[in-house]
Design a protein around this ligand. Structure first.
Ligand SMILES: Nc1ncnc2c1[nH]c(=O)n2[C@H]1C[C@H](O)[C@@H](COP(=O)(O)OP(=O)(O)OP(=O)(O)O)O1
Length: 159
């Protein structure tokens, strides 16, 4: 089966011991808490898409960011691989506001609502919270079962 890749972004916003998550009101991942992001559109760089999606979904304007991970998601019997570029938003302006897609809320990092998040988050958030840079791969069967995964630290990530 020939595979195709879809590029997506995910912006992580942390302030000290708190992390900002958004409750997805509609679309893919509806009913889950997640970082802020979406598809990279035609003619856009991954960085531009990260900034646009963060503003659209949370109202925050990214001023400095650092790529921390690339996550690959494959779904059994689905030729589309999701390649999610994860950025730590180091500096931003504005206050979180509810959007059409997301309801933002701060959570203490030791009380992240993993039971209402993607299963894979439980695996890679701890790496992110440690400050590591990494690549990870997840093979899902449906949306609620991970058949296989790998996670490996890296020194550098491509922009
Ligand atoms: N498994 C998993 N864990 C953590 N985060 C994610 C996943 N799968 C994902 O797709 N994501 C992230 C990556 C993106 O940030 C969003 C999905 O974006 P989506 O809502 O599909 O993209 P938009 O461009 O905003 O969508 P529409 O506006 O076209 O509906 O979840």
């Amino acid at each position: 089966m020939a595979t195709t890749r879809k590029l997506l972004t995910l912006a992580m916003v942390r302030q000290g011991e708190n992390i900002l998550l958004g409750f997805k009101k509609k679309g893919f991942g509806q009913g889950k808490w997640n970082g802020f992001g979406g598809k990279v559109e035609m003619g856009e760089t991954i960085c531009q898409a990260t900034i646009r999606e963060l503003e659209e979904e949370s109202g925050l304007i990214a001023k400095a960011m650092d790529k921390v991970a690339i996550l690959e998601f494959e779904f059994l019997n689905d030729p589309v691989i999701l390649e999610v570029h994860v950025y730590d938003i180091v500096k931003y302006e504005g206050e979180p506001i509810e959007s059409d897609e997301m309801v933002p809320q701060w959570f203490p990092v030791n009380d992240i609502p993993y039971e209402k998040m993607w299963l894979d988050d439980l695996i890679w958030y701890p790496e992110y919270l440690k400050g590591s840079k990494f690549k990870a791969y997840f093979l899902y069967e449906g949306f609620d079962k991970i058949l296989k995964h790998s996670i490996s630290p890296v020194q550098e990530l491509p922009l």
